[in-house]
Design a protein. Structure first.
Length: 132
């Protein structure tokens, strides 16, 4: 498990390339909460948009998740804990006025970038009130 990347995954890099090519500038791996510590993969601070790129296995993707047969109880608890933490993060950040975008690793980077760009455009047109 030590070899599993938490940063710089293929899905994250692909998304970053598309966002950058569209002229969108962002910050990487920003801790948005300190206790408990939660770090967003990609952040647009002015628009208050936090992007999380979730792995299908680790976060229990409804389309691609598989439940291992070996040590099944451990893995089920691990994945369910990740899901609970994701939901808690969403609630906490929403309460602080952040828009949360969750992207599955299997999603097309261009489609994901479109979703993010729409939120940023809406923020620019309507100001910060839309992003709350």
């Amino acid at each position: 498990m030590a070899r599993v990347r938490q940063r710089g995954t293929r899905a994250e890099i692909d998304l970053r390339k598309v966002l950058h090519a569209r002229g969108l500038r962002y910050r990487l791996h920003v801790p948005l909460l300190t206790k408990p510590r939660r770090i967003a993969d990609i952040v647009f601070p002015k628009a208050r948009i936090a992007v999380f790129v979730d792995g299908c296995f680790w976060h229990g993707c409804p389309e691609h998740a598989s439940w291992p047969k070996t040590n099944a109880d451990f893995w089920r608890e691990k994945i369910e804990t990740n899901r609970s933490r994701d939901a808690d993060t969403n609630l906490r950040l929403d309460a602080l006025g952040w828009k949360i975008v969750r992207i599955w690793e299997h999603e097309d980077a261009s489609d994901a970038a479109n979703r993010i760009a729409e939120l940023i455009d809406a923020h620019k047109k309507n100001g910060t009130e839309l992003c709350r």
